[in-house]
Design a protein around this ligand. Structure first.
Ligand SMILES: CC(C)(COP(=O)(O)OP(=O)(O)OC[C@H]1O[C@@H](n2cnc3c(N)ncnc32)[C@H](O)[C@@H]1OP(=O)(O)O)[C@@H](O)C(=O)NCCC(=O)NCCS
Length: 175
């Protein structure tokens, strides 16, 4: 078992490894989880996603991490940081996906808050964004819960998206 990256009251975050491919695929091929994405992901896309995150851990100390419930060790989803190109800028995006049976319990906000704090305090990042479809109210609520605000709306990769953002300097005033 990989060492944890961080722990919250109810969750443990640890690096993804190729052994997580089936779990990641079960999550990212679920049409409910992916209803704000162009389409659910194939197994090959999930293999590449795990590899991409492993590269980010190695090269940048970033990446999305697997989340497990501390109560029973079961997989809760993923959460973490990735790099996205937005209007010629490389931005660091916070991302999260939870297994549907765990939605609505504040778990995503708990994981996102710890990810935000790690990004600013340990990685020294100055700014975080979240690219969120206008219809994805649960995700927008998570972003707002950690102090992010809708900065602008734009077409990104051919689809309308809201760009939520948070600067490290404004964190003192946020929850
Ligand atoms: C986005 C997602 C991670 C949220 O998970 P979650 O565990 O339900 O989030 P939380 O319980 O922390 O809820 C955060 C806020 O959203 C609200 N919320 C939860 N589900 C909601 C829903 N269906 N509709 C509206 N608001 C909702 C909660 O009440 C909470 O608001 P509050 O902070 O004002 O109390 C989850 O819906 C998911 O995995 N979605 C699919 C993947 C996805 O779209 N990821 C984001 C890509 S941008």
């Amino acid at each position: 078992m990989s060492p944890s990256v961080f722990e919250t009251t109810r969750l443990t975050a640890r690096p993804m490894s190729p052994g997580d491919t089936d779990t990641v695929h079960a999550l990212m091929s679920d049409p409910l989880v992916m209803r704000h994405y162009p389409r659910p992901w194939t197994r090959d896309e999930c293999i590449r996603w795990v590899e991409h995150n492993q590269r980010l851990y190695e090269e940048r100390g970033l990446g999305l991490w697997m989340l497990t419930l501390r109560a029973d060790g079961s997989v809760a989803g993923d959460c973490g940081l990735t790099i996205q190109r937005i209007e010629d800028e490389d931005e660091i995006e916070i991302g999260y996906h939870l297994v549907p049976k765990l939605w609505g319990r504040g778990l995503a906000s708990e994981a996102a808050r710890a990810t935000r704090d790690r990004a600013f305090a340990e990685l020294g990042l100055a700014r975080l964004v979240a690219i969120i479809a206008p219809t994805n109210e649960p995700s927008a609520n998570v972003a707002r819960a950690i102090g992010m605000r809708l900065e602008r709306e734009m077409e990104w990769r051919g689809r309308p998206q809201g760009i939520f953002a948070l600067d490290r300097g404004s964190i003192i005033a946020s929850p």
